[in-house]
Each structure stands twice: as C-alpha cells, then as structure tokens.
Design a protein around this ligand. Structure first.
Ligand code: NAD
Ligand code: UDP
Length: 323
C-alpha cells in the first residue's frame, strides 16, 4: 500500500530557519521541495538532505511565479538580517510582496495551506511592551528598515485578504529573533557576530550602549512552533507571536557569550544603526493557548550549542563555504 504523503514547498529552504524546517519535515515523513535563489542561503545547509529521495532542490526566485503541485507551502524566502536586507532594499520589498502574491496565487490554484514567515519587525520600535498580536506597531515607513518591515506588513495584509476573499487556508507567525547552528558567520545579527568575534578573539561590537533588549529563541523551539501552526485546525490562522519571552539586554548577551567561550575579547561600542528598536519581547499567550506551544531551550543552553557549531565550522577553515 502506498502511504499518503504530504508534498510540502519550503521557500527560502536553504537558509538558516528553512534548512532546519526542511529537515524536520523530512523526519516527519513528508516530501519536501526547497525553492531558493541563494541570495543569503547556502548549499552547505541542505547538503545532508540532497541524498534523500523525498527531497528536491529548485533554484528559483519567488518574485517570479512558479508552477508546481504541492499540498502545503511554507513561505520563508526573504533575507532576515538588517545587513543583508538593506543590501538590495528594492529586491527585499519585492521578495516580501511579490513573493507573497505568487505563493498565495499558487496556494489558491492548488487549494493548498499556506504559511507566512512574518516578523516581530511589524511592531517596529514598539511603544507597547511586551508586544501582543493586537498591537499595530510603530514603524517608520520611509526608514532604512522599512523595505523589510513594510514588506512583511504588506505580506500579512495579502494573506488576510486572500483568506477573506478566497477562503484560503492561511497561517501567519510573527517570528522574534531566532538563533542557532547554520547562521552564517557574516550574517550580521547580534548572536552570530558576538560568537564569531569571541571565538576569534576579536573585539565584541555593541551598537550603542547595549541597553536595548531582545528576546532570543532557539531554532528547535521555533521549528516546533511553525509545524504546530501548520498542523492546527483551519480556523487557527494567527498571526501568532513566536519567540522566547526571556528578555536580555545586548550587553547581557555579550557578557554571556564571553563567559561561555572563555574569550579574552574586549567589548567596544559602535554607533547605533538608524531606527534600531529599543526593546522587544513577545507576549506568547495566544501561541500557548491555541497551539500549546512555548519555547523550552534557555538562552545559555542554546548559546552553548551554537558556540559548538561555530567553533567546529571555524576550525574546519572552509571559510568560503561558510559565507
Ligand atoms: P536566511 O537569510 O538565512 O534565509 C532566507 C532564505 O531566503 C535564504 O536561503 C535566501 O537565499 C532565500 N531568499 C531570499 N530572497 C529570495 C527570493 N527572492 N527567492 C527565493 N529565495 C530567496 O534568513 P532566516 O533567518 O532563515 O529567515 C527565514 C525567514 O524567517 C525570513 O522570511 C525572515 O524574514 C523570517 N524571520 C527570521 C527571523 C530570525 O530571527 N531569523 C526573525 C523574524 C522573521
Ligand atoms: N547589535 C549589536 N552588535 C552587533 C550586531 C547587532 O549591538 O554586532 C545590536 C543591534 O543594534 C540590535 C540588536 O543587537 O539592537 C539585535 O540586532 P540583530 O541585527 O540581531 O536583530 P534585529 O535588530 O533585527 O532585532
């Protein structure tokens, strides 16, 4: 007897979060089609999956429509780090908006379930703390972060309009800062920067005074939340905050990384980038109640695992593959 399998499309599947998600979906017995244009993704992230007969890789840009047959779509394609999404801001906005339209139209034709990776950035520099999903945010629409923030906000709008207009089965998660193995050493985000700097004995670069806060979620916790959301009943759409509510200042993070690596790196201060949010912490009441989800990996434990990963990668010396 042939077992019924779900055929799942993961856009951005060779990126940090996408590659962990592909792995989890294969473990769950699904067929996985990974679509990626390798703007920030890396082949090394999915190398271990290429031999799996239920895994397929397609180099494609989501701003261009795609004609395939799948049952479920996870739309993750989009650079996530400010350094990378500001490199080509027009392409970033197009990826979010045209990418969402193309995935929604594909889902509509196939009557497939479709998930959108939204972000805590939809709250901008929040004036409500912690942030519940009902908060509408404080975003500068013409600032340097807007290509990402407003792109993701527009994608959410499109998802909810496709649901209202076409009764599409949609799922939306607002992901807060997530970290773990397979981040790129040059990703530019705070966790990877601090770990790589500490391991190399370089200065640890705190932007501003380091009093700004973030809440860091370990990758395994996040992936568990995404899968729970996709598998939830059709009337559970979100948006759902997905992040770890434990809040740390950037200085506390720097000190923890120095402590865990035993590094002799010095802390130095660089100017704070424009529109950098001062505080960020998810209210995850809805995710707990409707998805039974909560993160379980404490920051220290997650950092230890991430440090081990970077230590091995840096020791392998294959720097080109890492970038
Ligand atoms: P990442 O940069 O590692 O992965 C993004 C992937 O999308 C890459 O593989 C990249 O090559 C691909 N991509 C970019 N533009 C594309 C396009 N036009 N067509 C096809 N593929 C394209 O980032 P990540 O951290 O894995 O983030 C994945 C998703 O989660 C993103 O949508 C991001 O906005 C969202 N998110 C991430 C975080 C986080 O902390 N990592 C937080 C909030 C939201
Ligand atoms: N940050 C820092 N040093 C770095 C990289 C980032 O102090 O080397 C700060 C950054 O200004 C921000 C916080 O750390 O206040 C988180 O930055 P990240 O880019 O990881 O995520 P985001 O700002 O998108 O939440």
């Amino acid at each position: 007897m042939i077992k019924d399998r779900t055929r799942v499309l993961v856009t951005g599947g060779s990126g940090f979060i996408g590659s962990h998600l592909c792995e989890r979906l294969l473990e769950d017995g699904h067929e996985v089609l990974c679509v990626d244009n390798f703007f920030t993704g890396r082949r090394i992230n999915i190398e271990g999956l290429l031999d799996n007969r239920r895994f397929e890789l397609c180099r494609h840009d989501v701003t261009i429509p795609l004609c395939i047959e799948v049952d479920e779509i996870y739309n993750l394609a989009c650079p996530a780090s400010p350094v990378h999404y500001q490199r080509d801001p027009v392409q970033t906005a197009k990826t979010s908006v045209l990418g969402a339209i193309n995935m929604l139209e594909l889902a509509n034709r196939l009557k497939a379930k479709v998930f959108q990776a939204s972000t805590s950035e939809v709250y901008g520099d929040p004036t409500v703390h912690p942030q519940p999903e009902g908060y509408w945010g404080n975003v500068n629409p013409i600032g340097v972060r807007a290509c990402y923030d407003e792109g993701k906000r527009c994608a959410e709008t499109l998802f909810f309009d496709f649901w209202r207009q076409h009764q599409l089965r949609i799922k939306v998660a607002r992901i807060f800062n997530t970290y773990g193995p397979r981040m790129k050493p040059n990703d530019g985000r705070v966790v990877s920067n601090f770990i790589v700097q500490a391991l190399r004995g370089e200065d640890i670069t705190i932007y501003g005074e380091g009093q700004q806060t973030r809440s860091f979620c370990y990758i395994d916790d996040l992936v568990d939340g995404l899968v729970r959301l996709m598998n939830s009943p059709d009337d559970v759409r979100g948006p759902f905050n997905m992040g770890n509510p434990d809040e740390f200042t950037v200085r506390e993070l720097a000190e923890m990384v120095i402590d865990l690596t035993g590094s002799r790196s010095r802390i130095v201060h660089h100017p704070l980038p424009a529109d950098d949010p001062k505080q960020r912490r998810p209210d995850i009441t809805q995710s707990k109640k409707k998805l039974g989800w909560r993160p379980v990996v404490p920051l220290r434990t997650g950092l230890e695992r991430t440090i081990r990963y970077f230590d091995e990668q840096l020791a392998s010396g294959d720097v080109l593959e890492l970038l």
